[in-house]
Design a protein around this ligand. Structure first.
Ligand SMILES: *[C@@H]1O[C@H](CO)[C@@H](O)[C@H](O)[C@H]1NC(C)=O
Ligand SMILES: *[C@@H]1O[C@H](CO)[C@@H](O)[C@H](O)[C@H]1NC(C)=O
Length: 436
């Protein structure tokens, strides 16, 4: 079975407006050494943890200017888009589906073989390359791999239009009763052979490095290594026994309020496809107990009537934002015990949300409850306001705290058009690797 992910949805209403403008002087490109001739590509992201529950990128495919909205998912490899073929479960109107043009890969192509883990896959001449990706909640996408141009504006000013293989999906299942996500597909940021970053780096367009910077207003995504500062980044090794091609690291130890909490040996998966953070039942129970104990004597009460997330608290007045409530909570941190000075700080903003009812909810969820087995998942809520870098060449994961609203490339700036985006019903979406 190919990479897998989970889609978990909770019903939340939503109306949000985005304005993504990369303009302030936060980042500047690393000086080019003569040995770094490769460029990078940067994309702005839309989305938020709450109420939307996902981050998406708009990418053009083909020679026209047809743009598709993809969920970004560092927890899986395969990129797919809803296909204009007789389609079951396509949610977009026909005019917004990707139109294949006799560009299916045959099953002889090496990329096709990389999708199928069993060697005894039968392959006859002219047969199209089928894929099927299954998500842990039994949602799935089935289709064929096709090959088309992905026009990219590179940071060195050049335009590239590499032919990338991706899935044209014509049979999608969503876990009932969850409504389907509003995006047209998934952009797999993993490091398997079929992922877009592996393909781009094999073509010599960018280094095999991908990163994201998520904020309340969206943020940005990049391919290539040019945005990585030369200092200030905490790096840890990717686990060699990495489950499938997920970005995982560890072992890590939990700190609460600056003190070791006696919770050790965590393997962590970095998953931009997951809205929230998940700990295994044991870790979850301990961390929740620490947070609850610490709330004693503070003016917060359980708010079980707020179903936004499993654990919520109300104050004497409704909270407008995390600013109103974060002082009641202590920071968490994850220390990578085998790497010096590598710790992920999780200030209250990285594990709490304020709901539309004015309550504050715990953004760390019980992974055992949703069948995640031994995995601990660092999801979007905890990845916000950090640049997170997956360096597949050095097999390292890096991060540093920063504001992700802005990106600047040497004096230039680029802005996305401003405007409200409203969707009638909202949810949160989780693309989480499934365990076997
Ligand atoms: C920009 O980088 C790409 C490779 O990443 C290279 O092919 C292209 O020639 C470069 N363009 C300029 C103007 O240097
Ligand atoms: C987490 O989930 C497991 C499995 O469903 C359950 O046994 C455990 O009680 C849950 N923990 C909490 C604190 O709810």
């Amino acid at each position: 079975m190919p990479r897998t992910a989970t889609l978990i949805l909770f019903c939340l209403p939503l109306l949000a407006s985005f304005s993504v403008c990369f303009s302030a002087n936060i980042f500047s490109l690393r000086k080019k050494n003569s040995d770094r001739l490769l460029s990078s590509a940067v994309f702005s992201l839309k989305g938020n943890v709450y109420p939307l529950g996902y981050y998406s990128v708009s990418i053009n495919i083909g020679k026209g200017d047809e743009a598709f909205e993809f969920d970004i998912d560092s927890g899986s490899d395969l990129t797919w888009v809803q296909c204009d073929a007789p389609c079951t479960g396509c949610t977009k109107p026909r005019g917004q589906l990707y139109k294949p043009n006799n560009n299916a890969l045959t099953c002889f192509e090496p990329l096709c073989a990389s999708l199928h883990l069993t060697a005894d896959q039968q392959c006859s001449a002219d047969e199209q390359c089928q894929y099927e990706i299954e998500y842990a909640d039994h949602g799935s996408s089935l289709g064929v791999l096709v090959n088309d141009h992905f026009p990219l504006k590179l940071t060195n000013g050049s335009l590239a239009a590499p032919r990338i293989a991706f899935g044209c999906g014509y049979d999608h299942k969503y876990s009932v009763p969850n409504p389907p996500p509003p995006t047209a597909g998934v952009l797999g940021l993993g490091n398997g052979e079929v992922s877009i970053i592996s393909q781009l780096s094999n073509m010599g367009i960018v280094r095999n490095v991908v990163g994201h910077c998520l904020s309340e207003q969206g943020g940005f995504l990049f391919f290539g290594d040019e945005l990585i500062p030369s200092s200030g980044v905490a790096w840890t090794s990717m686990s060699s026994e990495s489950i499938e091609n997920h970005y995982s690291s560890g072992p890590a130890e939990v700190y609460f309020g600056g003190k070791a909490a006696g919770i050790k040996g965590l393997t962590l998966v970095f998953d931009s496809g997951s809205s929230y953070t998940y700990f295994t039942s044991q870790v979850y129970d301990s961390v929740l107990a620490l947070v609850r104990d610490d709330l004693r004597g503070k003016p917060l009460e359980d708010a079980p009537e707020d179903k936004s997330l499993p654990i919520c608290w109300r104050g004497s007045q409704p909270f407008k934002s995390l600013r109103d409530v974060k002082n009641y909570f202590r920071p968490l941190a994850l220390h990578f015990t085998k790497t010096k000075n590598a710790q992920i700080q999780l200030p209250p903003e990285s594990y709490l949300i304020v709901t539309k009812y004015g309550n504050v909810c715990f953004g760390i969820l019980n992974g055992t409850e949703v069948g995640l087995g031994d995995l601990n998942i660092i999801g979007d809520v905890s990845l916000q306001d950090k640049m997170v870098i997956y360096d597949n060449e050095r097999r390292k994961i890096g991060w540093f705290s920063t504001s992700c609203n802005k990106f600047q490339k040497e004096g230039q700036s680029f802005c996305e058009p401003e405007g409200p985006l409203s969707i009638l019903s909202g949810n949160y979406y989780e693309y989480i690797p499934k365990i076997f």
